[in-house]
Write a protein that binds this ligand. Structure first.
Ligand SMILES: NC(=O)c1ccc[n+]([C@@H]2O[C@H](COP(=O)([O-])OP(=O)(O)OC[C@H]3O[C@@H](n4cnc5c(N)ncnc54)[C@H](OP(=O)(O)O)[C@@H]3O)[C@@H](O)[C@H]2O)c1
Length: 308
C-alpha cells in the first residue's frame, strides 16, 4: 500500500510516498481503509526533530495520529464494530491507504469523512484544556490562538458549557470567531488593555494555544498563574502556569459525544483545505506557517466502489 514516511529529521523534503506492507489490527484495534487523515502541527514538529529529546522515533517513520475510513479488519477482542462500518478516531501512521485505529467511534452519515478525520485531536485537547484550567460556567476565559484547530473546538465547547470567551486572531478571522460564539480581539502588543476594555470585570482564566511566548502576559492579565494553561509552550511551567498534554482521557466517549453534537448542529469543524496523499509535504508547510483556520485534512482517493 501507499504510505507517507520519513527516514531522517528535516524539512518537508524528507517526506516520501512509499510502498509498504499494510499494517494489521492487533488486539483491541481495527484496521481501516483510510478516507481522510487530519493534519496536526505535531506532524511537522515530530518530522523536524523538535520532539527528539522526549519522544523516540524509529526510522522509517509514518505520519498521522487521526483518521476516518471504513473498517476492513477487526482485531481480537473487538466486538463493537464490524467490517464495512464507517468510523473515525485515533490511530497510528494514518497518512496511508490503510491504518490501524486504537480508539474510534462510528461516523454518522451526516458527517463527511474529511470533517470526521479532523476531530479527534482537537476535541481531546480542547476538552482537556478546559477541564484542567478549571474554568466554570459564567466565568470569562481568554483564548490566545482561537482560530486554529484547537481554538475552534475550545470556543464551541466553552459556549456549550456557558463560558464567555475573548479570543485572539488576526482581524480577517474576527467574523469566524464571532460565528463560534467568541468576542474577538487581535493578538500582539496592548493585549492587556484590549482585554480590560472588553471585560472590565477581568478574566478568570486563560489558555495559550499559539505558543507565542505570552505566558507572563497572560498571568498578568488573569492575576494567578494557576489559572493559565498552555498546550503549546513548554516553558509555561517555569512561570507557574500549567502545561497540558495527552494521552486522551476516555476517547471513545469524546468521539461519540462530538459525533452527536455535530449531528445536532451544536459543533462544526471548518476544513480549511484538503490535500491528496502525495501532497502531505505541502500540507505540513502550510501548517508550519501557523495561520490555518480550523483544520487541514489529507483526503485519500479510493476506487469507485468506495463508500461515500
Ligand atoms: N499539548 C497538547 O496536548 C497538544 C495537542 C494538540 C496540539 N497542540 C499544540 O497546540 C498548538 C495549536 O494547535 P492547532 O492545531 O490549533 O494549530 P493551528 O490550527 O495550526 O493554529 C493556527 C492558528 O494560530 C493562530 N496564530 C498564529 N500566530 C498567533 C499568535 N502569535 N497569537 C495568537 N494566535 C496565533 C493563527 O491565527 P492567525 O492566522 O489569525 O494568525 C491560526 O488560526 C500547536 O502548537 C500544537 O502543536 C498541543
Amino acid at each position: 500500500m501507499k504510505a507517507v514516511q520519513f527516514s531522517e529529521y528535516g524539512g518537508p523534503e524528507v517526506l516520501r510516498v512509499v510502498e509498504v506492507d499494510a499494517p494489521h489490527a492487533g488486539p483491541g484495534q481495527v484496521r481501516i481503509a483510510v478516507r481522510a487523515a487530519g493534519v496536526n502541527p505535531s506532524d511537522w514538529k515530530r518530522r523536524a526533530g523538535l520532539y527528539r529529546d522526549f519522544e523516540a522515533v524509529t526510522f522509517p517513520s509514518g505520519i498521522g495520529v487521526e483518521a476516518s475510513g471504513v473498517v476492513d479488519e477487526v482485531g481480537p477482542g473487538v466486538s463493537d464494530v464490524s467490517i464495512g462500518a464507517a468510523v473515525f478516531g485515533f490511530g497510528e501512521d494514518t497518512m496511508a491507504k490503510y491504518a490501524v485505529l486504537t480508539h474510534w467511534a462510528v461516523k454518522p452519515d451526516e458527517l463527511s469523512f474529511e470533517v470526521a478525520a479532523g476531530l479527534p485531536v482537537i476535541v481531546d485537547t480542547a476538552t482537556r484544556a478546559l477541564d484542567e484550567v478549571g474554568v466554570k460556567p459564567g466565568q470569562t476565559l481568554l483564548v490566545s490562538g482561537a482560530a486554529g484547530g484547537i481554538g475552534s473546538a475550545v470556543l464551541q465547547f466553552a459556549r456549550l458549557r456557558g463560558i464567555p470567551v475573548i479570543g485572539t486572531a488576526s482581524v480577517a478571522k474576527h467574523d469566524y470567531l464571532r460565528g463560534l460564539g467568541a468576542i474577538p480581539t487581535i493578538y500582539g502588543p496592548g493585549l492587556a488593555e484590549r482585554v480590560r476594555a472588553l471585560a472590565p470585570g477581568g478574566v478568570d482564566a486563560a489558555l495559550d494555544l499559539a505558543g507565542s511566548g505570552i505566558i507572563p502576559e497572560l498571568i498578568e492579565i488573569v492575576g494567578d498563574p494557576a489559572r493559565v494553561l498552555s498546550v503549546a509552550d513548554f516553558a509555561a511551567e517555569q512561570y507557574g502556569a500549567k502545561f497540558s498534554r495527552g494521552p486522551p482521557n476516555n476517547p471513545e466517549r469524546l468521539l461519540d459525544d462530538v459525533a452527536r453534537l455535530c449531528c445536532e448542529g451544536l459543533f462544526r469543524l471548518r476544513v480549511d483545505e484538503t490535500f491528496p496523499l502525495e501532497q502531505v509535504a505541502a500540507a505540513q508547510e502550510l501548517s508550519a506557517a501557523g495561520h490555518v483556520t480550523g483544520k487541514l485534512v489529507i483526503s485519500i482517493a479510493r476506487g469507485t466502489k468506495a463508500r461515500k
